[in-house]
Ligand binder design. Structure first.
Ligand code: GDP
Length: 162
């Protein structure tokens, strides 16, 4: 592993596409939010696994807003990358766009940040390679992800007092 056990964002990031089918629909005929969340967790988990090089589990999913409906027949584009890495956990961001394959119009329908923990063979949290942000965009996302991590910890501390 290069640079003392660190990895670049580009080594694990990926973009995946999925055709939205009738089986993805809610009772109104639009795509069910839960279906989108499942695809999002799937792509984010693959990115986490690629960065960690070992099994990872979903530890938390931040609030997700759905900005616009996704329709059956749209192509869902899921762009996922690692934004921040701690000792055994990491934040993966996913940007979701719905593309109309006829007009080629793409709509940003949601973004979310998910936290994964890497596990060793005994199911215990296990250290992972550090993240080496290279581009200005990656460095900005790293800083923003660290700020989100602190907010999550503060929220956990408040909830633990109840
Ligand atoms: P941002 O976090 O402020 O950049 O908000 P966005 O909604 O643009 O993106 C959400 C997350 O999706 C980012 O934090 C990245 O982790 C990931 N992401 C965004 N754009 C791309 C892209 O072009 N490729 C990949 N692989 N991931 C992306």
């Amino acid at each position: 592993m290069p640079s003392g056990g660190s990895k670049k964002v580009s080594e694990s990031e990926l973009t995946t596409v999925r055709l939205m089918m009738p089986t993805d629909a809610n009772v109104l005929g639009n795509v069910f939010g839960g279906a989108i969340m499942r695809y999002m967790d799937e792509v984010a988990a693959i990115v986490a696994w690629r960065h960690a090089g070992k099994n990872c589990v979903t530890a938390s999913i931040d609030r997700m807003n759905f900005y616009a409906p996704v329709y059956v027949g749209n192509i869902l584009v899921l762009k996922a990358a690692v934004n921040y890495v701690g000792n055994t956990s990491m934040e993966i961001g996913v940007r979701i766009e719905a593309m109309n394959p006829t007009s080629k119009k793409s709509t940003h329908t949601g973004s979310c940040y998910l936290t994964y923990v890497a596990l060793d063979g005994k199911g215990k949290p296990s250290p992972i390679p550090k993240l080496r942000p290279v581009t200005p965009g990656e460095k900005l996302r790293f800083k923003q992800a660290l700020a989100r991590r602190k907010l999550r910890e503060a929220e956990d501390a408040v909830l633990a007092q109840r």
